[in-house]
Design a protein around this ligand. Structure first.
Ligand code: THG
Length: 265
């Protein structure tokens, strides 16, 4: 499971201020903490309240990569911002993201091709967001066809089935799990999600996030954007990997246990 650290996001007010003031020390600290916690990649998002999102993104990408040497997930709906990030990035980045809306596809797919980047495709089109697992599968079929049309290899594509809060749409978390199974089986595409939406508006969010993550991992999730420094999340990744036979002889589980990293429920 590819762990993408979510913490460098301007929707978090301290991060927003640090980006605005070009305060590199807080950003570096957040970056290194996530790397130490086991993140394989870091998401960088400076959309909120930004006066010049492209400049902010270029600054963030250089800073975070210089500090961590990790590949980044460039989180913006804006093609110019995405390109500002990619042109300052070394190695293979993730473009986060494109929807299935025609204008966005036309703008972002060629950028993904040009930079040979991974590309997250959100299951959402001009008609809005899907409700059922079947609708999600249908949109994922479209996503696969579009990536073929633009000669983007399927290995570069991540499908995001878009998790919604159970507090307002109680059946959506279940439909998303179902869609992960269906999309893997029929299309063999990789799946990613932003985990924490599921718990929006409820108390004890990290417990809900952690248990939902284990369900999604069992359905075949390949990557998740989450807080890798959270103890419950960190534990559940090790626990689920061991339970799903992805941790030979439970070596990693035992190592984490000895290091005091497995939270008891
Ligand atoms: N899919 C994709 N990309 C995404 C998302 C997704 N990017 C953004 C988001 N969703 C995932 N990233 C974050 C980053 C930070 C927080 C949540 C998701 C976060 N949230 C706290 C909250 O909502 O309460 C804020 C707390 C704080 O201020 O510290 O931190 O779904 N492809």
């Amino acid at each position: 499971m590819v762990i993408v650290g979510e913490r460098i996001n301007s929707s978090r007010s301290a991060i927003g201020r640090a980006i605005e003031n070009r305060d590199s020390s807080l950003i570096k600290k957040e970056a290194m903490n996530q790397r130490k916690a086991g993140a394989h990649m870091l998401d960088v998002n400076c959309a909120l309240k930004s006066k010049n999102e492209a400049d902010d993104m270029a600054w963030l990408v250089s800073l975070v990569q210089h500090e961590t040497n990790l590949p980044l997930s460039i989180d913006s709906p804006n093609p110019e911002v995405i390109e500002a990030g990619l042109s300052n990035h070394t190695g293979k980045a993730i473009i986060n993201s494109v929807t299935l809306e025609g204008e966005r596809v036309k703008a972002v797919m060629p950028i993904a091709k040009k930079y040979d980047a991974f590309l997250i495709i959100l299951l959402m089109n001009e008609k809005g967001m899907p409700k059922s697992a079947d609708e999600r599968l249908d949109m994922a079929r479209t996503a696969k066809q579009l990536s073929r049309d633009y000669a983007i290899p399927a290995e570069n594509i991540y499908i995001d089935p878009l998790i919604r809060p159970i507090s307002s749409e109680p059946e959506q978390a279940r439909e998303v799990i179902k869609s992960v199974r269906m999309i893997k089986k029929e299309l063999n595409l990789k799946l990613i999600c932003g985990l924490s939406n599921v718990s929006y508006g409820l108390p004890e969010r990290s417990t809900l996030n952690a248990v939902y993550l284990s369900m999604m991992m069992s359905a075949g999730l390949d990557a998740a954007i989450l807080d890798p420094t959270n103890k419950k999340i960190k534990s559940i990744i090790k626990v689920a990997n061991a339970l799903l036979g992805k941790d030979e002889y439970c070596m990693e589980y035992l190592r984490s246990y000895r290091a005091g990293e497995i939270a008891s429920l």
